[in-house]
Ligand binder design. Structure first.
Ligand SMILES: [Zn+2]
Length: 261
């Protein structure tokens, strides 16, 4: 038996006849896979435990050479209960989990663990919001070494006082004078929102108010950038954006009557 590990469960896939392939993120070991033998049948051992987003203490034994370890038992340490009952919160949690999984190669992603756990806890306590999504996206980009340059123009180095255009392929913003055609326009207010999000901790997030149009511009820039950096389609993003466009996540907390940060 290996030493017990505290992990977040990122995803669960059915394999073989009754086994489950589990993708875990550990603050010590990074991302790794394990197999729950007979996990689909073995209700007594794993009842209500093996669900994505759960914080678990897992007991593993080594698999055969070159194969994933076997999950023997698991203790449930924390579960986002309210998130499961709210489709918008559930979609946002699914987005965070998929981003964490796709951005963490095997044995990597230790530094993503605290961001993911804190964001899931915040989501459980405060409900879904576009600000939380943008906060997560911006922090994750930073952890991956892709924090966008937001204070100065990438072309001339001038401070971006009047906004500009975000160019994902360049990793930052060009001022109005330097920007060629294209890019994603960011108003001065949207840029101020992004800069504010960079300085904040999660605890400060509930005090931030943003206009929906500014938050939308910020989200579009961050998501285009993230998808470019990861070079992968994020399936959960489609679900999330479908809910957002039907008056979902952005409106949930930001109301439309919000003021500039
Ligand atoms: Zn410039």
């Amino acid at each position: 038996m290996l030493k017990p590990r505290e992990v977040l469960l990122l995803s669960v896939r059915e394999v073989a006849e009754s086994d489950l392939l589990l993708s875990f993120l550990s603050p010590r070991a990074g991302r790794f896979l394990a197999v729950a033998k007979g996990g689909r049948r073995s209700l007594r051992r794993f009842v209500n435990k093996l669900e994505a987003g759960h914080l678990l203490r897992v007991y593993l034994r080594r698999g055969r050479a070159g194969l994933a370890p076997i999950l023997e038992a698991a203790d449930l340490l924390w579960a986002p209960e309210r998130v499961r009952a709210d489709p918008r919160a559930f979609a946002l949690a699914g987005y965070f989990l998929e981003l964490a999984e796709r951005s963490s190669p095997p044995a990597e992603g230790r530094e993503v663990f605290p961001l993911l756990l804190e964001s899931l806890r915040f989501l459980e306590d405060h409900g879904p919001s576009g600000l939380l999504a943008a906060f997560f996206e911006l922090r994750l980009l930073g952890l991956l070494g892709w924090a966008p340059e937001l204070s100065r123009c990438l072309g001339c180095g001038a401070p971006l006082l009047e906004g500009g255009a975000f160019f994902p392929e360049k990793g930052g913003v060009l001022c109005r004078k330097c920007a060629p055609e294209g890019g994603r326009p960011l108003s001065a207010r949207s840029l101020a929102l992004l800069q504010g999000l960079r300085r904040l901790t999660l605890a400060g997030l509930s005090r931030v108010k943003a206009r929906p149009e500014d938050l939308f511009a910020v989200s579009q820039a961050l998501r285009t950038f993230l998808q470019g950096v990861l070079d992968q389609d994020i399936k959960a993003l489609k679900v999330l954006e479908a809910l957002e466009s039907s008056g979902g996540v952005h409106e949930a907390r930001d109301g439309g009557k919000a003021v500039c940060p």
